[in-house]
Design a protein around this ligand. Structure first.
Ligand code: KG4
Ligand code: ZN
Length: 340
């Protein structure tokens, strides 16, 4: 019997219907990119209101695709953490209301664990235990994953997430929002050594990351210290490409180096990688290269499951197997603190 999964942690409103064996029967995502583009970043208030408008049509669409009615649903799973408070609340209230009205049990999904579980969905054999690297717009974290839902946090960013750095660099270069895909595309024809950007914490004996210094270094390379108005700066097309390539290389160097160190130090055989930035082609190539050199297994989330979606909410099936249901008292956990 299938479950309904709901995702609204940031700026995608998504719902999916997934069979007991993990087959995707229905999958609907309403993106808000166009709404946030003019602000060059996600505006929480705008995101929450847009979720409110879209959540029910998105759920309806997922059920219609699956060609089932709510009667055939056995449980309702919802991402309750981490994320933007207003966005999370819309998904949670929708899930709780439907759980009461349809008399279905509720399952709480950790959005970051779900990003990693996207790797399992693309594999027939069990990929746990392993090291997990989450690279998204809001998080950059390393975990020791004992199984899909039992994870030990090893370290994470002490300031900006890597996706946020991609987006800010995109904004500085006026490449639109979200900047990640555009920066990555331009980087393909840039010189990766044109600018010597910092690889913060790459040698630190821990699993933490820092990307704000890298972001500032790009800013200084464009406007110099003290200047803020990027719109008045003319940058030659090749220089833009070189900035993107040098930035991407610095960010990816740190991610690959720290993830590989975690695999080695914790004596794991496998690295799994999820989150929006896992769609980055250069990161995927460098990870594959490092896995081949160091001799560990690598699973990166399939491209369409990298950015936010409700299909990865299939992790709820693992909780259901363990009878791990949430009560109707379930509240959101935005999870702004480190170590989440
Ligand atoms: O996982 P996600 O959809 O949302 C969060 O949970 O935050 O990740 C969104 C992030 C954005 O920062 C976006 O720019 C980045 O993923 N992203 C990329 C690429 N595709 C998406 N960053 C670099 N290269 C890409 N190809
Ligand atoms: Zn995400």
């Amino acid at each position: 019997m299938p479950i309904l999964t709901i995702e609204s942690t940031c700026d995608e409103t998504a719902a999916a219907v997934i069979s007991e064996s993990g087959t995707v029967l229905g999958d609907c995502i309403a993106t808000q990119e166009a709404l946030h583009e003019k602000f060059r970043g996600v505006v929480p208030e705008v995101a929450a209101r847009a979720h409110l408008e879209r959540i029910l049509p998105v759920i309806d669409s997922a059920l219609n695709q699956a060609n089932i009615t709510h009667r055939e649903i056995t449980a309702i799973a919802v991402a309750d953490r981490p994320g933007l408070a207003g966005s999370l609340l819309v998904g949670l209230v929708a899930a709780k209301t439907l759980a009461v009205a349809w008399e279905k049990p509720l399952v709480a999904v950790n959005h970051l664990h779900a990003h990693l579980y996207a790797c399992q969905l693309a594999n027939d054999c069990n990929i746990y235990p392993c090291i997990g690297l989450v690279v998204s717009g809001g998080h950059t974290s390393l975990y020791h994953c004992h199984d899909p839902i039992d994870l030990t946090y090893l370290g994470g960013t002490i300031d900006d997430a890597v996706g946020e750095a991609f987006d800010k660099v995109g904004a500085m270069l006026q490449l639109g929002f979200p900047g990640g895909p555009a920066v990555s595309k331009l980087a393909e024809r840039g010189d990766r050594n044109a600018f010597d950007f910092p690889r913060s914490l790459i040698k630190a004996d821990n699993f933490d990351f820092s990307f704000s210094g890298l972001k500032t270094a790009v800013r200084y390379a464009i406007v110099g210290p003290g200047h803020q108005d990027f719109s008045k700066v003319e940058i030659a097309p090749q220089t833009k490409a070189d900035l993107c390539a040098s930035f991407e290389t610095a960010a990816v160097d740190v991610l690959v180096s720290k993830a590989a160190r975690a695999v080695k130090q914790l004596q794991c055989k496998r690295l799994i990688v999820g989150g929006g930035v896992a769609a980055n082609g250069y990161l995927r190539d460098q990870l594959k290269h490092r896995a081949a050199v160091d001799g560990f297994e690598l699973n990166i989330a399939p491209m369409k499951l990298c950015t936010d979606n409700a299909v990865m909410g299939a992790i709820a099936l693992e909780k259901i197997k363990r009878n791990d249901f949430a009560s109707l008292e379930l509240d959101i956990t935005p999870g702004l603190q480190r170590g989440f």
